[in-house]
Design a protein around this ligand. Structure first.
Ligand code: UD1
Ligand code: UDP
Length: 374
């Protein structure tokens, strides 16, 4: 019997963990593979929240995060740290997901050792190297040498083919975020207490429409974040709404949001939610205001209108389907578009339609099958 291929899955931040835990579950349950997990812990607390709920115990934990880390020091430590793990494990494949520093460094470390890379969520392109920054370049780098490109949609597959990537290596698998969302929804159904921690806020804001919010993008630091905070302050003058805002742990985000929004009666600035509680927040929200990538994929699946506080998006599918709208970071535009959804029932109904351009919840299994054949 030939040895089973060893697959090393590498990740480091909250969104990578959410989008890879279903694949880790699938690889671990699949006798065709030997599965190993390495976390860079580029995020510490927000990564651990996902590992806990998903029951994933990494074989290697590089514990890299430092407060206020810079891109170059993080990249250097991730590259050398992951490189050492590759030397020790000598995997047949390295799997990475998305576009963070961990993804770029992990993929390059594999390339330096001629280990093939499987890129999950391949082919997302905004076409602008500064939006999102530095993610657009991170994913383009991985796209130049990955051996297996798991594109979530036909649009992302087409973007890779346009860059002359070998068509035989490009596969439309759907996005594993839908696998994760379905998994967590089923877990909450089995065990409602997993998502019951918002009950006090739900009581406090009873009768108001909830606006769920997240914001963390590096390219929005400075004026963009200030504008977003000012927009929320203005929206919060209405007494028929409440904003629930789990604030990202990045100190650049927290400083602005705490200074501008703390103390407003109908704005709850709360700690990052674990995934079941965030799923609950999506569920109780009338609409989402966000600059997050993952939330742009989850909200359409749940039929929640999402206003995207970015200038461009590499996820046009939600916009094309009508559930997402780009509103940029101009305060007046954010306020105007939010009020339109609150006050115009037709505008709201046109956006509040559930559909799934990003997947059917079986992406992880497709990726396992591709790895088995590769
Ligand atoms: C990173 C990714 C971004 C992704 C985002 C998801 C890069 C360059 N950026 O951005 O693509 O969209 O994660 O959230 O890879 N912090 C904590 N605890 C945590 C997490 C972060 O304290 O659990 C603080 C630390 O001070 C850390 C800082 O946030 O230094 C920034 O973290 P970092 O991963 O460098 O950047 P993000 O803005 O989180
Ligand atoms: N999320 C979460 N708790 C929160 C905020 C977000 O679990 O308090 C989840 C969300 O459901 C989505 C992912 O985190 O799956 C998005 O991560 P983030 O916005 O940090 O990164 P991005 O997707 O922009 O890279």
């Amino acid at each position: 019997m030939t040895a089973r291929p060893k697959i090393l899955t590498v990740f480091g931040t909250r969104p990578e963990a959410i989008k890879l835990f279903p694949l880790v579950h699938a690889l671990q349950a699949d006798e065709r593979f030997e599965s190993r997990v390495c976390v860079s812990a580029q995020h510490r607390g927000m990564l651990d929240q996902v590992l806990d709920i998903a029951g994933v115990s990494p074989d290697h934990d590089l514990d890299l995060m430092t407060p206020g880390q810079t891109l170059d020091e993080l990249t250097a430590r991730a590259l050398t740290g992951i490189g050492k793990v590759l030397d020790e494990e000598q995997p047949d494949w390295v799997v990475v997901q998305g576009d963070t520093t961990t993804v770029m460094a992990g993929a390059i470390a594999a390339y330096y050792r001629k280990i093939p890379v499987c890129h999950v969520e391949a082919g997302l392109r905004s076409g602008n190297i500064h939006h999102p920054w530095p993610e657009e370049v991170n994913r383009r780098v991985v796209g130049t040498f990955a051996a297996l490109h798991c594109a979530p949609t036909e649009t992302s597959a087409a973007a890779l083919l346009k860059e002359n990537v070998d068509p035989a290596s490009v596969h439309v698998t759907g996005n594993t975020v839908i696998d994760a969302l379905k998994w967590v929804t089923a877990r909450i159904e089995e065990e409602p207490s997993l998502a019951s921690g918002l009950a006090d806020l739900e009581t406090r804001f009873a009768g108001k429409r909830i606006i769920g919010m997240t914001s963390h993008r590096r390219e929005n630091f400075g004026d963009g974040m200030e504008n977003i905070a000012n927009a929320v302050k203005e929206i919060a003058q209405r007494d028929d709404i409440a904003v629930i805002f789990p604030v990202h742990l990045n100190p650049n985000v927290r400083a602005v949001m705490n200074e501008q929004l703390a103390g407003l009666d109908n704005v709850a600035l709360i700690e990052p939610l674990d995934y079941p509680h965030f799923a609950r927040l999506l569920d109780i929200s009338h609409l989402m205001l966000t600059d997050s990538g993952g939330v742009q994929e989850e909200a359409p699946a749940l039929g929640k209108p999402v206003l995207v506080m970015r200038e461009t998006t590499e996820r046009p599918e939600g916009v094309e389907a009508g559930t997402a709208k780009l509103v940029g970071t101009d305060a007046d535009t954010i306020v105007r578009e939010t009020l339109r959804l609150l006050d115009n029932d037709d505008a709201y109904a046109a956006m509040a339609r559930a559909h799934n351009p990003f997947g059917d919840g079986h992406s992880s299994q497709r990726i396992c099958d591709l790895l088995a054949k590769a």
